[in-house]
Design a protein around this ligand. Structure first.
Ligand code: 16G
Ligand code: ZN
Length: 534
């Protein structure tokens, strides 16, 4: 067994790098993350001890980023993100360069542990990246120096590890095995479909970004009689191809089909889907048979589909008191917000970018639907939701209302409430379309997106760009927001905002307007204003 000192010496911190625990954990070039992975093993163990030995997860992935990158993220007992109060400690600890400093951080945390006998428990998984096995070993060593128990679950999608972490701490959530994950999904999908006399869902072709999602989807397909998938870009054993010209991020940012599908003429009016490298983001799309045009169904569309589906089921139940809210970020297309407010008559709320913000806001409703336009999102259901619906069901006599209430209850099992999950989100979208008898074309016709553009600008110091109002307004540099407002007012349905990126050293400019041309002019105009700071 390694001592603290031996562990510290085995994983020296590279000089000149400052690591930072962002919304997605620590991210860096995989070859420079060994010391971080080792220390995250320790952080997770200390977190586990501070909670009396609850199981904590560690996932090793860099999501949609290029193959040479990697990342390490901690998952809290209920499948949630590491709480914000732990981030400063995680940062200081990851950047500690001397053994004395390193040891002091550990001792200080240990002093705060309420039960010193609590034994740390950690479960781990990784995506397909080449640096994964090495970083896993480092994280295992980190758990070992704190005398913890670690269980390696091999390669999993990020949401699968969130699911498992939750199951270890809350057995009612599901069985704590990978098979348990599939079986919960399959059983629930089958139950919902059978309420409407359906046996199965149509087969869907999914681009899994040559990531871990490919393997898992093939496994799900082989285990299930109700779900059927055909995988493209599924070269899970070629980590060098991960996210290259494919995947949810490529499709969303390039607004086009993954390269492989561009070559092999996709079937018109048929639903396709893309996951990102760790399968926590999903987008759908189709090629319109009439116009031959690519039509993207992004995170905003999935949110509106879920809101119409859940909303229409809830509307059938007279007198149930259940609150529902949709949470978006400034990147949500204005037409989607308008559709939810005016057509679905549901409230929309905004938070800053980053899953933890949306998740937190969505927890304030009985049904909280949150999605980022990039495809990350899920639905959260309150305890009250389950008890109210069970109460309703116990008294209901009307067959249609019974089915609606049963469907609503089952949906809270179908959707992975711990985190956005490509697999469960996609299955939920397929169920919604099937039950509502809605075609992809009709989904695409719910609203027409306003033309929009996203720019990335290098500036001297992105730190001077501070925002308020869920990142929709700049507080500083002083006077800049007034100039942006002036530019926006000159374009029909214009909207634009500027924010510092949280994941790159850059500033992002978003512009949207009634026509392509106006959107272009607005975007260029705002970029010019920002470029004075470069
Ligand atoms: C992170 C966030 C993602 C967000 C993106 C924005 C999580 C797990 N991931 O990847 O939700 O959309 O950052 O990046 O929260 P940006 O700040 O560089 O625009
Ligand atoms: Zn991801």
């Amino acid at each position: 067994m390694l001592s603290l000192k031996e562990g510290f010496d085995k994983y020296p911190k590279p000089k000149g790098i400052t690591y930072s625990y962002g919304t997605a954990g620590f991210r860096y070039i995989g070859d420079l993350l060994d010391s971080v992975a080792f220390k995250v093993g320790i952080i997770a163990s200390l977190r586990s001890m501070s909670l009396g030995g609850k199981t904590i997860g560690i996932v090793i992935t860099a999501s949609h980023n290029p193959p040479e990158q990697n990342g390490v993220k901690v998952i809290d007992p209920m499948g949630e993100m590491l709480p914000q109060e732990w981030e400063p400690f995680a940062n200081d600890f990851a950047n500690s360069g001397t053994f004395e400093e390193f040891q002091k951080y550990i001792m200080d945390k240990l002093d705060q542990v309420p039960d010193q006998r609590a034994k740390p428990r950690v479960i781990l998984a990784r995506d397909t990246r080449a640096s994964g096995p090495r970083l896993l070993k480092a994280a295992l060593d980190g758990v070992a120096v704190i005398n913890g128990t670690a269980t390696d679950f091999g390669k999993l999608t990020t949401p699968q590890l969130h699911y498992l972490t939750r199951c270890f701490n809350d057995p009612a959530f599901g069985r704590n095995t990978e098979e348990g994950y599939y079986s919960k999904l399959i059983t629930t999908a089958r139950k919902i479909l059978s309420l409407y006399g359906f046996k199965s869902l149509p087969e869907v072709t999914v681009d899994t970004a040559n990531g871990i999602g490919g393997d898992k989807l093939r496994k799900l397909d082989s285990l299930s009689d109700v779900l059927s998938f055909s995988v493209i870009n599924g070269k899970t054993d070629h980590p060098d191809l991960l996210n290259v010209d494919c995947g949810a991020d490529y499709v969303k940012t390039q607004q086009k089909l993954p390269a492989e599908l561009q070559k092999s003429s996709p079937k018109p009016d048929q639903l396709y889907s893309s996951f990102d490298g760790d399968a926590d983001r999903v987008v759908c799309y189709f090629v319109d048979g009439k116009t031959d045009k690519f039509r993207l169904l992004d995170g905003d569309r999935i949110a509106t589909l879920f809101a119409s589906f859940l909303g229409s089921l809830l509307k059938q139940l007279d007198g149930v008191d259940i609150t529902m809210g949709i949470v978006q970020t400034a990147y949500a297309n204005g037409s989607s917000t308008k559709f939810i407010r005016e057509k679905l008559k549901l409230p929309v709320y905004f938070t800053p970018t980053g899953v933890k913000h949306l998740h937190h806001r969505a927890q304030q409703f009985d049904v909280g639907i949150y999605f980022e336009a990039n495809g990350h999102g899920t639905v959260l259901f309150s305890k009250k939701y389950t008890s109210v619906l069970n109460g309703f069901l116990a008294q209901a006599t009307d067959q249609k209302q019974k089915i609606a209430a049963q469907t609503l209850l089952l949906l809270s099992d179908l959707i992975n409430q711990t985190v956005g999950d490509s697999i469960s989100d996609l299955v939920t979208a397929l169920v919604a379309l099937k039950v509502m008898g809605k075609s992809v074309n009709s989904w695409g016709a719910d609203y027409t997106e306003l033309p929009n553009r996203l720019y990335k600008l290098k500036v001297k110091d992105r730190g001077v760009f501070t925002t308020t109002d869920a990142e929709r307004k700049l507080v500083s540099p002083q006077g800049l927001q007034a100039e942006i407002d002036e530019e926006v007012s000159r374009h029909r349905q214009g909207r634009s905002f500027v924010r510092a990126s949280g994941s790159e050293d850059a500033v992002r400019v978003y512009a949207e307007a009634e026509t392509e041309e106006e959107c272009h002019r607005l975007g260029e105009g705002v970029c010019k204003l920002v470029q004075r700071f470069s």
